[in-house]
Design a protein. Sequence first.
Length: 592
Amino acid sequence: MRFVTATGLALLLLAVPLRAATVNLAFPEDDDLRDSLRNASLVVGAVEDGQTERRDLVAAAQADYRRLLAVLFEAGHFGPVISIQVDGVEAANLPTIGSTDPVGTVTISVQEGPRFLFRTTQIAPLAPGTELPEGFATGQPAGTDILRRTARTGVEAWRAIGHAKAEIAGQDIVADHAADVLDARLTVAPGPRLVYGNVAVTGNEDVYTRQISRLADLRQGHVFDPEEVAESARRLQRTGAFSSVSITEADDIGPGDTLPMTVQVVERLPRRFGFGAEVSSNEGISTTAYWLHRNLTGYADSLRIEGGVNDIGADEGGADYGINFAYNRPATFNPETDLFVNGGVESLDEPKFTTDRAYIEAGARRIVSDEFQYSYGVGYEYSRDTDAFGEREFSILSLPLTATYDRRDDLLNPADGYYVEAGLRPFAGFQTGGSGAVFRGDLRGYQGFGAENGTVLAARLQLGSVVGPDLDEVPANTLFFSGGGGTVRGQEFQSLGVTLPSGEVVGGKSFAGLSAEVRQQVTEKIGVVGFADFGLVSPDSDFSGGDTQSGAGLGIRYDTGIGPIRFDVAFPVSGPDDPSGVQVYIGIGQAF
């Protein structure tokens, strides 16, 4: 390699003043290449970190030759000239063990030379249906990056059909500097098609080995599939019982073309507790606390007990109390289907009704993928309600069905993607209850714009409908109201329902809510939000003949690292009662 000062080329000279030394960079004009070279340089990083000793900077400079060369080769420049001078002396000529005297100036000069093109491209043998990267073709820009991607594609295609030990067996890469072209020939060794052999489990202490094996579901004799292995690891991680999961292949092939596997886990601390709070000027203070056991009986099964006191100091109604539990046992019916049992008791003192309620529900939850899951089961609830219809008792047997599809990039602060949840609950009522079905839907979408999604448009559509019984045959807690932090901000909590001939208000049989937000990041930690909400409540199941209300406002978000703190100020825009006043909402996470 030659080391000379860059001359005769159009280079960009940058002076970077740092604490005790100066780095002069004479780099190519291409922005991407220049940034890649600068980021790869240990000298630049060392000086920015305040290192001044000559021996440290000389060592960094000598390592930079190889690092900068790798960047240039990756971009397809196979004939570069690199010079790194420390106080005017080429770093390659300086002794490795130097003095501690400070360095005044380091000059890094790079002539990238011509960009090479592929002349000959070949990789063989290929698995059926292999799709190579488009850039690996005659006349396309050459570079080590496209070579690596092509090699990886060729190997992974064989692994995808069971050839777990496929590898690149040879490579013949020749650069013709006279013609500025590259000839690349890669040879793949697929190896035999393998099946799973013995699957060992290590690292577990309290979770049963047989349960980990059931969750992994890598059955002996089945053809090796890297996607199946990855899904096994995700399934184990999803239980919450493990802080880390790795599934590795044995180095050597076993008898009969078998591949032994090892599942290694690290268990989490089994117990956890937490709490949360939300404040609204109209709805008062809501607090929750929970206790969680991640491995209750050794089957990576979880039990969460949560209690809360809500609406403390609310303008209307009184405080609500409740305690509930949620039990989940993974891989109960098959590796992808969990058993769940949920239940609880609560006493609600809402503006338009009061209820004392107990419920229990059991069923199966099928986890189809990280994004999609659905559940089905059977539930029973008993409640004693007091509202505009008087005192009533309800005994309800139901068959809850729920499906969710979640493509959000972040649960507490999404900037891209969407979320869909739909639920259908056919029910049979006893005592004063009727029979029918309840439908609920929740659709949310997010679109980010600008650098690092600094601007986000967010929208939400909520739908609900009770089909079958009359209004007075439905538990008050099942009917729909509008107003408050979860529906229409700026309107009083549950301020919109159905007005009876007596003038009293009850919930409706259908509800539609629409919310829109513009979220703008102002600094790294602080963002502002403008929002508008709309709600409709109808006495009929088909959303007809109902009343509407709307609200709008502004908010501030402060990013805590685990989710934004939310502070919203909202005012009513329209409603049947000529509303007035301002509402304030404080919580953790975005409104939706």
